[in-house]
Design a protein around this ligand. Structure first.
Ligand code: SAH
Length: 228
């Protein structure tokens, strides 16, 4: 079982969409577990202050190192990996999602305002990860993205354990196009090869479609794929 902990100023955001469908079932069946920790509970003054202005000037506020560190120290066990969601972080991807699904527990910090005091990142050995080259108002949506992509790798979560195997990124390619009933819709038929029952032909067709789509849309992935 994967035990995830999220540190946030907005605990009501979680588990949000992660309780829907197969993930909700998986949560009920204890294939994963989520604790949501309100960073504000670790503030020590009577106003429960969590942020302050940056030294050196500049706009906005920063999450205070002492408050965040208190929250982490009370809840994270030694040796557990801690992630801070940040646009400056290492780019989060399929491979990291898969790696994290093998951990026993992960802790994720959602930032707010202008970010967090840098000192807490180094003293608590925190790994910074970004979900993409754009800036969000807070880390909560990013945490949901990370958890969503990690949970699907947990054994038993997807109805069919094979269903993640063919998926986009799994073999370095984007997924081929898919079709379901009705066979003819708005005068368009599904590709004939898919009706042929010839599994090796279907496999070849799907691979060639995947390759064409990847070459067209993602030259970066295509270059890597060609090298392997
Ligand atoms: N001043 C910071 C941005 C702060 S955005 C900078 O320029 O680097 C506020 C919070 O949103 C961050 O603390 C982070 O937790 C979250 N966030 C914003 N963009 C993100 C991204 N691309 N990936 C992950 N988290 C992000």
């Amino acid at each position: 079982m994967l035990k995830a902990q999220v540190f946030t100023l907005y605990p009501e955001v979680f588990p949000g969409p992660l309780t829907k469908g197969l993930y909700g079932k998986a949560l009920a069946n204890k294939l994963w577990d989520l604790s949501v920790i309100n960073i504000r509970d670790s503030a020590t003054d009577k106003h429960k202050t969590v942020d302050d202005t940056p030294y050196g000037g500049g706009s906005g506020m920063l999450l205070k190192a002492d408050v965040l560190a208190n929250s982490l120290d009370q809840n994270v066990k030694k040796g557990e990996r801690i992630f801070y969601l940040s646009p400056k972080g290492k780019k989060f991807d399929h491979k990291l999602a898969q790696d994290l699904s093998k951990e026993k527990s992960i802790s994720i910090i959602c930032g707010h305002f202008e970010g967090v005091d840098e000192r807490v990142l180094s003293t608590r050995n925190i790994e910074e990860i970004s979900i993409g080259d754009y800036v969000l108002s807070g880390g909560e949506t990013a945490a949901l993205v990370v958890l969503d992509s990690v949970i699907r790798f947990l054994p038993g979560v997807l109805g069919n354990d094979k269903s993640s195997i063919d998926e986009t990124f799994e073999n370095g390619l984007l997924e081929y196009p898919q079709y379901t009933k009705p066979q003819i819709w708005e005068k368009k038929s599904v590709p004939k090869v898919l009706l042929s029952g010839d599994h090796s032909k279907i496999k070849d067709w799907r691979l060639s479609q995947s390759e064409a789509i990847t070459r067209d849309r993602r030259p970066d992935l295509w270059q890597k794929y060609k090298k392997n």
